[in-house]
Design a protein around this ligand. Structure first.
Ligand code: TGC
Ligand code: FAD
Length: 392
């Protein structure tokens, strides 16, 4: 793969909107990605393997629990810092950002928000340091966009719960020590349970043959009469709103992350357009190529403004779920379109692993599907503006 020469576009001087702390956190993540992710990631994507050696580095840049309080091992940062970390990681690879998103927003967040103090103390510091990795089981083979229909269930056996069912498409599942699993009790109410590797009847087969997010490890969670200790139930929130609350946090991170992938594609195509000569001129001198670049930087700038504003609202605890949906949908769509255009600008070279664009392009096919598909987020916006629910 070519050396990582990334230079971040900032067309509207948005750095002026960031604090010194934001910039420090972002620059540390950016440097780490250049040093420890870019040189190896293409190889791991080709092998379809998650590079476990980067787990310590992710912990060191604060990617595991950026906004979780320091007393639990988190970095105690604000939402904009969290977003900037996700942006920089996804600039390297969406699969690496997935690992960080799941650990922070889908495993640490529910334990912090819905767990009790014993659970927080037991799990959060180990998850923040990367000593333990986690995964989040919501999606089932027959319930993806409609998680409320889940059939995974648990029964109260007096001194423990008995968990049965299966989850599918679970990021980090094959190597996670801890799974936050959503299941229905005998009354059909959804609860979160912390399931640990090694519990009898619990297995995590890996999902193979992915053409997307190849450097992220995906698997199933299978529960065959798993005895879960009663103290592993998350006590402070139940119902579908509990897992959906975690998704709000992860979707916010994805809205920022997608900008990273788009910036990398734009920056690569811009550099290439000045170096590649055809008809005796750099291809960047042709109007058609300039149109592509001009539209890319316009869309990136709009997305940067959207997420910055959303970050301010999140910091003030004023962002609505529907606002987060709009940003996730817009920014991933923006990134996937930029990846496609940027790939074309590189001609044949664009399809090779010499450049990051094709990998981003394929990764973004997962990103536009998980955490709520493009269609689902459109319907959430539609419901918000009309007051009419297309899901019922
Ligand atoms: P609905 O009846 O609308 O809502 C049920 C309850 O949930 C509340 N609620 C939310 N709460 C917090 N945050 C949100 N975003 C919320 N959205 C809804 C709602 O108020 C209600 O509460 P209550 O107290 O009245 O019961 O639910 P529905 O069954 O009609 O479904 C609505 C729908 C389709 C929008 C929702 O289910 C949905 O978002 N579907 C998409 C599923 C999804 O995003 N799955 C993601 C799985 S995890 C994943 O993909 C990880 S990828 C990891 C990586 O980054 O690698
Ligand atoms: P479906 O729900 O079957 O949707 C199929 C199509 O129908 C989509 O185009 C959808 O938009 C459309 N559709 C569905 N309902 C409607 C409707 N009401 N109106 C209009 N169109 C509709 N899940 C987890 O729980 N944890 C994870 O860690 C996780 N990681 C993932 C990693 C990867 C690589 C992938 C690909 C997925 C992951 N997921 C995870 C699952 C992901 O969240 C689901 O794939 C996603 O929510 C969509 O569900 P589905 O695949 O079952 O598609």
């Amino acid at each position: 793969m070519k050396p990582d020469l990334f230079e971040a576009p900032d067309y509207y001087n948005l750095d002026d909107l960031l604090t010194d702390e934001h910039k420090l956190v972002r620059d540390a993540a950016r440097e780490w990605v250049k040093r420890d992710v870019s040189p190896i990631i293409e190889d791991y994507a080709q092998k379809a393997e998650f590079p476990t050696q980067i787990i310590n580095g992710l912990a060191n840049i604060g990617a595991f629990g950026p906004y979780i309080p320091e007393e639990y091992g988190g970095a105690g940062l604000d939402q904009i810092s969290y977003g900037l970390i996700m942006q920089e990681i996804e600039r390297g690879d969406s699969g690496v950002r997935s690992t960080a998103s799941v650990q922070s927003s889908l495993v640490m967040y529910p334990i912090w928000k819905y767990g009790n103090e014993d659970q927080r103390k037991k799990y959060l510091p180990k998850l923040a340091s990367g000593e333990w990795m986690g995964c989040f089981g919501l999606t089932e083979p027959d319930h993806g966009s409609n998680p409320g229909g889940m059939v995974t269930n648990f029964k109260d056996m007096g001194d423990h719960y008995l968990l049965n069912g299966a989850k599918m498409w679970i990021s980090n599942a094959p190597f996670a020590q801890v799974a936050v699993v959503w299941a229905k009790n005998e009354e059909g109410r959804i609860h979160g349970l912390i399931v640990e590797r090694g519990m009898e009847g619990f297995s995590t087969p890996e999902t193979h043959n992915k053409w997307s997010l190849r450097a992220s490890s995906t698997g199933e969670l299978i529960f065959d009469n798993v005895k879960v200790p009663k103290e592993n139930l998350l006590p402070n929130k139940s119902g579908l709103g509990a897992p959906l609350g975690c998704l709000d946090s992860a979707r916010f991170g994805i809205a920022w992350g997608a900008i990273g992938a788009a910036m990398d594609c734009y920056d690569t195509a811009l550099r290439y357009s000045k170096e590649r000569i055809q008809f005796g001129k750099p291809i960047g001198q042709f109007q058609l190529q300039q149109k592509k670049l001009a539209e890319m930087i316009t869309e990136i700038t709009k997305a940067q403004l959207l997420t910055w504003r959303l970050g301010v609202l999140r910091n003030e605890d004023r962002a609505t779920s529907a606002q987060i949906s709009m940003a996730k949908r817009n920014n991933v769509d923006m990134a996937i379109n930029i990846a496609r255009e940027a790939r074309q600008m590189l001609g044949g070279m664009g399809i090779t692993g010499e450049y990051s664009i094709m990998r981003h392009s394929m990764n973004l096919e997962s990103v536009i599907t998980y955490e709520g598909t493009h269609d689902i987020h459109l319907l959430i916006t539609g419901m918000d503006v009309t007051g009419l629910n297309a899901f019922k």
